[in-house]
Design a protein around this ligand. Structure first.
Ligand SMILES: Cc1cc2nc3c(=O)[nH]c(=O)nc-3n(C[C@H](O)[C@H](O)[C@H](O)COP(=O)(O)O)c2cc1C
Length: 168
């Protein structure tokens, strides 16, 4: 099995992270991976806020009601779409960027976890209040990042019952 497939199959959502910072070069690499994603009409409406400040990470966690579940991430990348750039496609484009971040993170030994912002109104309002976005900037999710401090195996979600060949 090649390394790309291994990284896809081994990615899992991490809940508990080590107290260990992520190097700036690694965060830059994840952003590079994010912006290599396909994007509708090549409009690239993604916008990213990289947060490494511990107090801010806790504030975001509280705003997203994730403190009970996700402990100690060293960074978060908030993924937002500029709806004025691509009203039709920004959610798709940002989701693809998010997946690229998570797979790239897996490939360099960094764990990740998607925390929803959209479509939850309370979480969206909380994040808007923290960052004071212009109206066109829509937060989609926060990707919590860090070095895993848990020993779990990836869920096996493969189910052939979901697959149809040639016809429904
Ligand atoms: C659209 C989306 C929304 C999610 N929202 C949350 C969330 O708000 N909180 C959370 O703890 N996990 C969230 N997750 C992570 C999922 O719970 C997780 O991906 C799922 O349980 C499958 O586990 P795995 O990622 O380890 O394969 C979200 C994932 C996706 C794709």
């Amino acid at each position: 099995m090649n390394e790309t497939i291994k990284n896809i199959l081994n990615r899992k959502s991490i809940n508990i992270f080590q107290d260990k910072p992520i190097a700036k070069e690694d965060l830059d690499l994840l952003l590079k991976a994010a912006m290599a994603a396909p994007t509708g009409s090549d409009l690239r409406p993604w916008r990213f806020i990289v947060v490494t400040d511990k107090k801010m990470l806790i504030k975001i966690s509280e705003a997203l009601k994730s403190t009970e579940k996700i402990k100690g991430n060293s960074a978060a990348i908030l993924i937002c779409g500029d709806s004025s750039k691509s009203e039709r496609f920004w959610t798709f484009d940002c989701s693809l960027a998010a997946e690229n971040i998570m797979i790239a993170a897996q490939s360099i030994g960094i764990g990740s976890h998607w925390i929803s912002i959209r479509p939850n109104k309370e979480r969206t309002d909380n994040i808007k209040e923290i960052f004071n976005f212009p109206d066109s900037i829509k937060p989609l999710c926060a990707i919590a990042l860090g070095y895993s401090d848990q020993d779990t195996v990836p869920k096996d979600k493969f189910d052939y019952a979901n697959v149809h060949w040639e016809k429904w």
